[in-house]
Design a protein around this ligand. Structure first.
Ligand code: SAH
Ligand code: SF4
Length: 372
């Protein structure tokens, strides 16, 4: 009996591993695919148009292509993966929506939409989607709910793409669209480099989703080899480094895996990135009450960043388990002023949806017992 079970399980695994989700197929690969199926190249554009702008949930929703071609795709192991929305919370002001999406039993992740009122010249609100790249995170930052859940797995490109398309579908029904994308959800994008880059290529390709490259920000805790690789890609995305401390002693307390990379190494890598791409890096700094928010620390931060043309984005922390608190508003403003006095460009992040557990990983942590 157990022997049969083993055989079944191996067959099943083989079947799954032979399947390819159409949401990971790049436009050039789609051209090859339709030609291999004996179809004209324009079928690739029909497929891409349907996938990225019409939200099909299954193969039979692809009405634009002949049924014989759909059957051939299924026979060759192509699928259209779809996610289940298992939970949705909307902030009181309606500007922030947080979803828990489930791809399979092991893949439950958070995706957030943050909307900002339209400016005078624009009729649509800025609609930023914040995506996850991993289930959990191996970096273990002590103030981060995702870091505290440990690492479970890397997301595949199609799972990253589907998070954006899920919100794109919601927005389309309101006559709106996704304008910006940030890699600031669960996980470290540069520790899942290839799938993150494939997802960006799919989301920005004019024949696929077509989002502007400059509307995308990748946030990293400082995976230096990944930053150097990114600088060599021909992709115009913005880069943000989560610094959180001006010296190694304090940084290692907050980012225990910072190990091999010193604060000095990170600043040097940011300079290389700027030199190569012409795009300035932003430093993110989660302000934690009594930990990294003192006048002394602010002066030290101003000192190391002065003259770099650096931009610091202060994030008053969202409280998570672990007893860390957000500093009082006046402390945040005082910290900002010290940096500005030191000639360092500094803004404070607009708080979005704190009451709906908007810090990455919090909603999943809150909900996981209830829904599993
Ligand atoms: N792993 C990447 C991207 C995901 S985290 C990174 O660390 O940059 C995105 C941002 O959210 C990071 O700047 C991170 O420091 C911040 N963050 C994590 N937990 C937070 C919390 N509880 N309050 C405020 N910011 C938090
Ligand atoms: Fe991972 Fe970023 Fe959270 Fe650190 S802050 S644990 S790198 S997701």
């Amino acid at each position: 009996m157990s022997c049969i079970r083993v055989i079944f399980s191996e067959e099943y695994n083989k079947k799954i591993s032979n399947m390819t989700d159409l949401y990971r197929v790049l436009p050039e690969e789609m051209d090859d695919l339709v030609i291999k199926l004996g179809q004209p190249r324009y079928r690739a554009d029909q497929l891409l148009q349907a996938l990225y702008h019409e939200s099909p949930k299954k193969m039979s929703d692809l009405h634009q292509i002949p049924s014989a071609m759909r059957d051939a795709l299924v026979k060759d192991g192509y699928t259209i993966g779809s996610e289940d929305e298992v939970h949705r919370v909307v902030s009181e002001d309606g500007h922030t929506t947080k979803l828990l999406l489930k791809f399979d039993e092991k893949t439950l992740i958070e995706t957030v939409l943050m909307q900002y009122s339209p400016t005078q010249d624009k009729t649509h609100p800025r609609s930023t989607v914040c995506v996850s790249t991993q289930v959990g995170c191996p970096m273990g930052c002590v103030f981060c709910a995702t870091g505290q859940m440990g690492f479970e797995k890397n997301l595949k490109a199609e799972e990253i793409v589907s998070q954006v398309l899920h919100f794109a579908n919601i927005l389309r029904q309101r006559g709106e669209h996704v304008t910006n994308l940030v890699f600031m959800g669960m996980g470290e994008p540069l520790a899942n480099y290839d799938e993150t880059i494939r997802a960006i290529k799919l989301l920005t390709h004019p024949r696929a989703f077509g989002l502007g490259q400059r509307s995308i920000t990748i946030s990293t805790v400082g995976v230096i080899p990944g930053m150097d690789r990114l600088a060599d890609e021909n992709i115009q995305v913005k880069l943000a480094i989560s610094l959180h401390a001006p010296n190694d002693e304090l940084r290692k307390k907050l980012v225990p895996t910072a190990g091999p990379h010193s604060v000095g190494d990170l600043i040097a890598a940011a300079k290389r990135y700027f030199k190569k791409t012409g795009r300035r890096v932003t430093f993110e700094y989660a302000l934690i009450d009594g930990i990294n928010d003192s006048t002394k620390v602010a002066l030290e931060l101003a000192y190391i960043l002065k003259g770099n043309g650096a931009h610091v984005n202060l994030i008053p922390m969202n409280p998570t388990a672990g007893g860390f608190k957000r500093p009082e508003r006046k402390r945040v403003l005082a910290f900002q002023q010290i940096l500005r006095n030191g000639d360092v460009n500094c803004t404070v992040r607009v708080e979005k949806g704190a009451e709906i557990s908007a810090a990455c990983g919090q909603l999943r942590t809150d909900m996981i017992e209830k829904i599993r």
